[in-house]
Design a protein around this ligand. Structure first.
Ligand SMILES: [Mn+2]
Length: 483
């Protein structure tokens, strides 16, 4: 009896181990694989199915391209022997050309994404791709005449160099669908990338959604899965960075297919309702070429009643480059400063001082008139930047640096702290330096000494001022600033 039980346990254990391996193998195998060499253990039937899929996808591509002859198009502008394949586009053009526009890539989504369902009647979307001297093999058309041979494609050519911001606005205005999909011009979309985004926007038109952006190697064009635990963040110089989802949010995520709230989007790839895009003021069209527009859009969306999400079940690959392959007529740095300065001046309220502290070179640089954008902000009755920091991005640390400090004088005497809670007036001391007890720092809206803040004891005439631990939500400390 005991032996039978032991055997049963052994069999169950072996089955469990095999099952686990099968599960892991299922999870990691490339499900969109159409390369017949990918799996030697597949049965003949599976091979046949794959071949059929291959054929079907090949035909679908032919249908999509219509009369457009991709091979002829690419061969008319080939790399010369000995030419640096990185020179013109800052990625390996030779490798990009060799791959062509259709290849099998690994489905990098979490396996549970495959069973997520979508409404059968999702609304259509217009895809807007802006480009400037893009390579022929990463974005097929660079010539509007050839481009128009591809069914459904419209090509708008600007009279002069406008940059991505004004070009996107022009593309959005010409779009016929009610949902806009913005794509960079060197992207490769993955399995069912579009449905999750359209679904979220259909359910709530104020959502602005973005896929997880996978990495396409600029050297060999390998398609690499990006982490699903990242969101968009920034530092005070308005430098975008990917950052880990805060640990509490990560712990609370029990469904890996659920959207990730993000303070900002990277800006290259996102989906937005067209009516909402127009209602919110499209883009700041006084921004030039590239950069900063993602902050302006992100602040505006959050502060004016919308939200930003990254959808883990949508994956799009992007060639991340180390330099811009095109020139900036005003110079790269000046353009970035102009654009981010406009974003800071319109949206960051008193917190723009931290932007200037982190990017001192921005001080005094021209950024044009922002009157129309300030009017837009008033019209839309948007929240303050402080609201944004408290509700959307509390993880962004406010610099502890002393923004403005000085003595606080009454008559000939100066306010001085004694210990942690008592205050008094004393002879002003300035040599050799202001002592810590008389040095008061203004960090709006509080007056501080390290972690202690000046506060009134009550909102009545004659109430005393005292020192207490700083608390930004304590109105008795904010009131002190009004003096
Ligand atoms: Mn890009």
């Amino acid at each position: 009896m005991r032996r039978i039980r032991a055997n049963a346990i052994l069999i169950l254990t072996v089955a469990w181990i095999l099952g686990t391996f099968y599960y892991l193998w299922q999870d990691s195998k490339p499900s969109s694989s159409s390369s017949s060499s990918s799996s030697s253990s597949s049965s003949a039937m599976e091979e046949k199915q794959k071949q059929n899929q291959d054929q079907a996808s090949g035909e679908a591509v032919l249908q999509l391209l219509g009369q457009f002859d991709e091979k002829a198009f690419l061969s008319s502008k080939q790399l010369k022997t000995g030419e640096d394949p990185y020179r013109e586009h800052a990625f390996n053009l030779q490798e990009s050309d060799r791959l062509g526009s259709e290849r099998a890539i690994r489905d990098t989504r979490h396996y549970r994404c495959a069973s997520v369902t979508f409404d059968p009647d999702l609304p259509p979307t217009s895809i807007i791709i802006t480009f400037h001297n893009e390579a022929r093999s990463t974005l097929l058309p660079e010539d509007c005449r050839l481009l128009s041979q591809i069914p459904k494609v419209r090509c708008l050519r600007n009279e002069r160099r406008e940059g991505l911001i004004r070009s996107r606005v022009r593309g959005a205005s010409a779009a016929s669908a009610s949902i806009l999909t913005f794509l960079d011009s060197h992207c490769e979309v993955n399995t069912d990338w579009l449905q999750p985004m359209i679904q979220r926007v259909k359910e709530d038109h104020t959502r602005v959604v973005s896929p997880i952006i996978d990495v396409i190697s600029l050297d060999n064009f390998a398609y690499l899965a990006a982490s699903a635990d990242l969101r968009g963040g920034f530092d005070w110089s308005l430098h975008f960075k990917w950052e880990q989802i805060p640990i509490e949010q990560k712990m609370a995520r029990n469904d890996p297919t659920q959207p990730i709230r993000t303070p900002v989007i990277a800006g290259g790839i996102f989906v937005m309702d067209k009516g909402w895009f127009n209602h919110l003021g499209q883009y700041d069209t006084h921004m030039d070429i590239w950069g900063g527009e993602n902050f302006e859009l992100s602040f505006r969306v959050w502060m004016c009643g919308g939200s930003l999400e990254i959808l883990p079940c949508s994956r799009v690959g992007h060639v991340f480059r180390k330099r811009h392959p095109y020139d900036f007529p005003e110079g790269n740095a000046l353009t970035y400063i102009k654009n981010t300065r406009r974003a800071a001046e319109v949206w960051m309220d008193e917190y723009k001082q931290y932007y200037y502290a982190a990017r001192p070179s921005a001080q005094g640089k021209a950024f044009g008139s922002i009157a129309d954008r300030l009017a837009l902000r008033r019209k839309l009755n948007c929240n303050s930047f402080r609201w944004y920091l408290e509700n959307v991005y509390p993880e962004l640390k406010i610099p502890e640096q002393e923004v403005a400090y000085s003595l606080l004088k009454q008559g000939g005497l100066c306010l001085e702290s004694h210990g942690t809670d008592s205050l008094g007036l004393a002879e002003c001391k300035t040599t050799p330096n202001i002592p810590a007890s008389q040095k008061w720092t203004l960090i709006e809206p509080q007056i501080r000494q390290q972690d202690l803040c000046l506060a009134i004891t009550a909102f009545t005439a004659g109430s005393k001022v005292r020192l207490e631990p700083c608390n930004i939500k304590e109105s008795r400390q904010v009131g002190v600033c009004v003096i």
